[in-house]
Design a protein around this ligand. Sequence first.
Ligand code: PHE
Length: 342
Amino acid sequence: MTEKTAALRQAFEEKLNAVGSSEAAEQLRVEFLGKKGHISALMSELKNVPADQKKQAGQTINELKKYAEEKILEKSAQMHQMEEQRRLDAAESYDESLPMQIECGSYHPITLVQRELEEIFLSMGFTIEDYNEIVDDYNCFEALNIPKHHPARDMQDTYYLSTGQLLKTHTSAAQNTIMRKYGAPLRAVFPSRCFRNESTDACHENTFFQMEGIMIDTDISISNLIYFMKTMLSEVFKKDINVRLRPGFFPFVEPGFELDIECLICGGEGCPSCKNSGWLELCPCGMIHPNVLKYGGIDTEKYTGFAFGLGLTRLAMMKYGVKDIRVFNSGNLKSLSQFISQ
Ligand code: PHE
């Protein structure tokens, strides 16, 4: 037994000398001192040792154990220190004459689509307006012909602040202010983030982006509306896509429409991204209701106009083939950094 212990001690020492990292020190600890390590194995052999030698043998093994524990602790501390020093040296070896390697960020897909649309509308004579995300009840609803307790409010539940203000549910909330600011004739688009109290799924989010557009002038009719929508879509998708126009109710337009596009993710077959209908509501629109024009200080005898509320987030889904709307707010750079302007 004494010889065996001595041989083990020698093996330990040899291996200890070869240790070159904190990781190797840990491996050595497990090999010798672990539950199934060499020293435990030697201990369990004690039972076969004749009674008169047991005490002595036990003592030598215990000494070896203590010795190994101390040595490993010491080695491990040395290794950690050395590794830390190496890290510091590497940091100091910064060389300012080397070419810079800065990782470039990328634009969020919604930003890309928004900018592209802004270009398109600018080229058609529209201005681009900015507006608050926190608005009051008047601008979000009343000025849009949605009085208190109107059932249309049910679809636009949102987050209310203790001040009575709210997070805007749609970009239409800026219509009144913009009409008052510029008067008629007027062509403006105003993109923004919107909020609704929604249960989220592949095509619904509580935070999403829209781009509102209004055009007010003498003799504006539904044909103008359809022309602008078609031009915009063909510019964005750069190919013909199937659209359908169906009646839609919004208190601030009369008549109102839903402009749907065929789902580009499933090709119209039906999938979770389009609620299995094959179509996606992309751009509700209509002729601005005379009450809304009046609230905005526009002479309804002279002027008419159209308005649309383009779903920017949905457009980005279709353009880039993103199946789940939740990707956009996920902050997941793996997904979000893949998009490039086209
Ligand atoms: N604001 C409406 C919505 O978000 C969309 C809309 C805008 C409808 C303009 C008609 C005209 O639901």
